[in-house]
Design a protein around this ligand. Structure first.
Ligand SMILES: *[C@@H]1O[C@H](CO)[C@@H](O)[C@H](O)[C@H]1NC(C)=O
Ligand SMILES: *[C@@H]1O[C@H](CO)[C@@H](O)[C@H](O)[C@H]1NC(C)=O
Ligand SMILES: *[C@@H]1O[C@H](CO)[C@@H](O)[C@H](O)[C@H]1NC(C)=O
Ligand SMILES: *[C@@H]1O[C@H](CO)[C@@H](O)[C@H](O)[C@H]1NC(C)=O
Length: 561
């Protein structure tokens, strides 16, 4: 009792003795040393220290009612650190504001111009608590809120962006301004590379004047100057513009088409595409088919993920035995590919037991191969099923072809089982293997600009157990056939420089992007195995125009050497 009462007295004495400014409240760390304190007569008195903020959010409508833009005011209140989720960083704000007095009106607010006068965001690291790598493990080894570091606005992105309010609405456009950036790719985006997660990008939220941002902004569009306030929205630093964004220039980028085509029997082409919950009635189906036929130029073998069953996402369990099969989805897709000038594919998949593959409820997504029977064939076809594991026999023969790798292993609970196939050229010569992969998603990850450092990488432990099952299979194959040709491709739900992807190089696989010498900044969607191209038909489209949330890729490889 004595102790708390004396602390209270000390706080009151402090306020009586000091005229607190906004800079002093916000301070040079994340958490205000004034949190929980009452103060009176607050006025701003900007200091030159770029670690402290010159602005603060006043919570509640009472303040807003009595002031207008351009007013200079004084007020009293209480300093609070607020966040709407325990995985977000706190923002200092003032609550219970009283004694609001307008001292003068019609003052001009001059915004700070980012990108000028040495004010530019750091380009690689978010906070020193990540120890150089925002994707190192384990996540949540520390929290910004408990360590409360002194800000370093030149080295760390989270220390540069400072909030002055909390968000009141959504925004979903990421921008970079006229400042130094790292990781630029040829299409005007920023690619994450090892130890460089691009803190210089800023999320723009809904305009403060009630207008609406355009929804058709595309990657690489140029926007007119944006004036606004920086805030925290859903765990990210975000800028709320004073009025709606306007696009000042848009590149008329031609739809990219792969150059990797082959009419030589030894050089086969392989395509990879996560088709984002594709069912027979999906509105995106013609566009997906068109991309395979035209931009990808009908690869000999297509690896697909997220093919839904015949009823799409409808959960019609029990209505018919065909409800978890996908032949309607696949024959519709194949017909559409042919109609748009592509080859007449055959397909291979293994129907899951209803509801066991994770993903959209009722969709029964699975991994599928489309293959061109004029160029490739299964070697000794003997399809497996959803419960039996395919194993490698003498000489590398698969017990089931195609088959699933260890489908009953708990690593695959509520997840897609990898689909393996052994192939030969259509004339029966040469053989190679493919593994079509769709690992567990990153659901449950904490934000890159959140409190938990390094951020929690959702699903990482599960992906690690899944990659181990695949790596063990590859090891067994190499033990049986030392010079086996195997392509492991699909949607790994992970950045290539992040664990557990290194497991694959440990068992003798090479990353195709590396092998093909693709610039790190151009590796912004994914394939293993040479030549490779990522065909950016979706990343630069407006949301309404994209056929999937992923870009497809094409590789060309020699299966005879
Ligand atoms: C990333 O940073 C970590 C920690 O500083 C370091 O150990 C690692 O070698 C770096 N990786 C690359 C590819 O630079
Ligand atoms: C992060 O770590 C803190 C401190 O150990 C713990 O209280 C919190 O629950 C953790 N959060 C997550 C999402 O792991
Ligand atoms: C900020 O970090 C950089 C790079 O680590 C370092 O050189 C600099 O001294 C730091 N500045 C402060 C004020 O700590
Ligand atoms: C899969 O095949 C194995 C071996 O023929 C059989 O024992 C099992 O019942 C089959 N499972 C299903 C779900 O059909």
């Amino acid at each position: 009792m004595m102790r708390s009462s004396s602390l209270y007295t000390t706080a009151l004495l402090l306020q009586a003795a000091l005229a607190v400014t906004i800079n002093e409240i916000t301070g040079d760390r994340y958490i205000s040393s004034y949190a929980g304190s009452q103060f009176t007569g607050l006025r701003d008195c900007p200091d030159p220290d770029d670690k402290t903020s010159n602005s603060i959010y006043v919570y509640g409508s009472s303040a807003a009612k009595s002031v207008a833009v351009g007013d200079i005011i004084t007020l009293s209140g209480k300093v609070t650190e607020y966040r709407s989720s325990s995985s977000y960083v706190y923002s200092a704000e003032i609550e219970s504001a009283t004694d609001i007095e307008v001292v003068s009106i019609d003052n001009t607010v001059t915004p700070i111009v980012i990108g000028k006068n040495g004010i530019s965001p750091p380009t690689e690291q978010f906070t020193y608590l990540d120890k150089g790598d925002a994707f190192s493990l384990p996540g949540n080894s520390s929290q910004v809120s408990t360590v409360n570091p002194i800000l370093n606005t030149t080295a760390y992105g989270m220390d540069f962006w400072q909030t002055i309010s909390k968000a009141n609405s959504y925004g979903d456009t990421w921008v970079v301004g006229d400042w130094t950036v790292s990781g630029s790719n040829a299409r005007g985006g920023l690619t994450m590379t090892a130890n460089d997660s691009n803190p210089e990008a800023l999320l723009v939220g809904s305009p403060l004047d009630g207008s609406e941002n355009p929804t058709d902004v595309k990657l690489s569009d140029t926007l007119a100057d944006i004036t606004g306030i920086v805030t925290q929205a859903y765990g990210y630093y975000a800028l709320l513009p004073t009025t709606a964004l306007s696009v000042s220039a848009s590149k008329t980028t031609a739809v990219p088409k792969t150059s990797l085509v082959s009419n030589q029997k030894c050089l086969l082409t392989f395509g990879q595409f996560n088709v984002d919950n594709l069912g027979p009635d999906s509105t995106t189906l013609p566009a997906v088919a068109g991309h395979i036929a035209n931009e990808l130029q009908s690869p000999d073998i297509m690896f697909l993920q997220e093919i839904q069953d015949n009823s799409g996402s409808l959960n019609d369990g029990g209505m018919s035995v065909s409800f978890f099969q996908a032949y309607v989805t696949l024959s519709t897709l194949i017909s559409s590919i042919v109609e748009q000038g592509g080859v007449q594919y055959d397909f291979l998949d293994i129907d899951p037991i209803d509801g066991t593959n994770g993903g959209e409820s009722g969709g029964n997504i699975r991994n599928v191969y489309l293959f061109n029977p004029a160029t490739v064939a299964l070697r000794n076809a003997n399809p497996g099923n959803s419960t039996v594991a395919t194993t490698i026999g003498s000489g590398g023969a698969l017990s089931y072809n195609p088959g699933l790798i260890d489908p009953m292993n708990e690593a695959w609970d509520a997840s897609r089982k990898p689909l393996v196939a052994q192939w030969e050229r259509a004339d029966g010569r040469n053989t190679f293997y493919t593994v079509n992969v769709h690992l567990t998603s990153k659901y449950g990850s904490s934000g890159l600009e959140g409190d938990l450092r390094p951020p929690v990488n959702g699903g990482e432990a599960k992906r690690a157990s899944q990659t181990k099952v695949i790596a063990d299979f590859v090891t067994t194959l190499f033990a049986e056939v030392a010079d086996a040709r195997i392509i492991v491709a699909g949607d790994f739900n992970e950045y290539s420089c992040v664990e557990p992807m290194s497991v694959f190089s440990g068992v003798g696989l090479q990353e195709l992007d590396e092998t093909a010498g693709l610039a790190a900044t151009e590796r912004y969607t994914y394939l293993y195995g040479a030549q490779v191209e990522h065909v950016h038909v979706n990343t630069w489209m407006s949301s309404a125009d994209q056929s999937s949330d992923h870009d497809p890729s094409v590789a060309k490889m020699n299966v005879c050497q």
